[in-house]
Design a protein. Structure first.
Length: 330
């Protein structure tokens, strides 16, 4: 009889089909390939910042990752090293992984727009921290320190330390970073009010400590009467201070911007005179909280896109209360 073999064949095929289906559903959720990645993707937050070699960006990464994990998300932490091409590739990774959200400290105010738009087109929201982009309506949020307000604080302290007179130099950040221009404008909104304060040199050190050291050495040689150096960030302030220490003019006033642990320590030791603290950890946590709320609300937010968080002046009066880019009690 042919009936029985036919039935056995049917049973064998059916069993094989069940096993195949079972195998398809048993993939590792952390995998980045195939449909099995979908469950993990819905709970994946991708965090992209500049290099964590800079403690400011490391603080952002740590705070964002810790907050995301506390809310039940998986995290993927990446660094673009201020390279827009590398950042674009990392966005492609986030899109291929079907990330729930991207937290980004971007690699260029103009160069980042296309990648953020690409994520938006893939229904992946981006929440910017620290640095803005030159376009609205692409990212869900742009949460940054109030750089104008902070630079005003730094400018006032620098003028006071200079006795409102004398020659000074300014070290600028990356020209492609909007923060560099905003901080410089904020400084000059104060310093230009004093006719006896004279800026004799202004150069970009691209946020870099080694470059700031070299640029400051050149400036000090060209302008031996300089009394102060105001820097667009703490990394450059550290470079400038190292150059001052190596010279015979150790009484030169150096002021920075960020509130980094190294500069706070220098202030405590009567080295660098002051800095302006950005609440890096707080901003990163806010971005994750807003991403979580946005996801849970089905792609809706009750927050404005542009959000500005005030900075705090750090000098010998309060340096002892500063830790991890935060002032105790604030």
């Amino acid at each position: 009889m042919k009936y029985l073999p036919s039935r056995r064949a049917f049973i064998a095929v059916s069993a094989a089909s069940v096993l195949a289906l079972a195998a398809c559903g048993s993939g590792d959720e952390s995998s980045s390939g195939g449909s099995s990645a979908a469950p993990a993707a819905s709970k994946l937050v991708v965090i992209i910042t500049p290099s964590p070699d800079n403690v400011f960006f490391k603080a952002e990464q740590d705070a964002a990752a810790a907050q995301a994990k506390s809310l039940g998300y998986e995290t993927l932490v990446l660094s673009h090293d201020d390279d827009p091409t590398k950042q674009s590739q990392q966005f492609d990774t986030a899109i291929s992984r079907k990330a729930a959200a991207i937290i980004l400290d971007n690699a260029g105010a103009d160069a980042s727009v296309t990648a953020i738009q690409r994520a938006k087109d893939a229904s992946i929201p981006t929440f910017l921290i620290d640095r803005e982009i030159n376009k609205t309506g692409v990212a869900v949020a742009q949460i940054v320190s109030n750089n104008a307000q902070g630079a005003g604080l730094g400018g006032q302290e620098f003028a006071k330390l200079m006795g409102n007179k004398g020659e000074y130099a300014e070290l600028l950040g990356k020209p492609t970073d909007t923060n560099a221009g905003v901080r410089s404008k904020g400084y000059h909104g104060i310093l230009d009010q004093y006719p006896d304060l004279k800026m004799v040199a202004q150069q970009s050190a691209n946020w870099d400590q080694a470059e700031a050291l070299q640029k400051t050495q050149t400036i000090l040689q060209a302008h031996p009467n300089i009394k102060g150096i105001i820097a667009g960030n703490d990394t450059m302030a550290l470079g400038a201070y190292a150059a001052v220490q190596a010279s015979n003019k150790k009484d030169i006033v150096v002021v920075g911007f960020d509130g980094s642990p190294d500069v706070v320590s220098s202030i405590q030791k009567k080295g660098i005179k002051a800095t302006v603290l950005q609440p890096a950890s707080k901003i990163a946590q806010m971005a994750v909280d807003q991403a979580d709320a946005y996801i849970k609300a089905g792609g809706k937010t009750d927050q404005p896109e542009k959000q500005s968080i005030d900075c705090v002046l750090v000098n010998p009066d309060n340096a002892d209360s500063v830790k991890d880019f935060a002032v105790a009690g604030s």
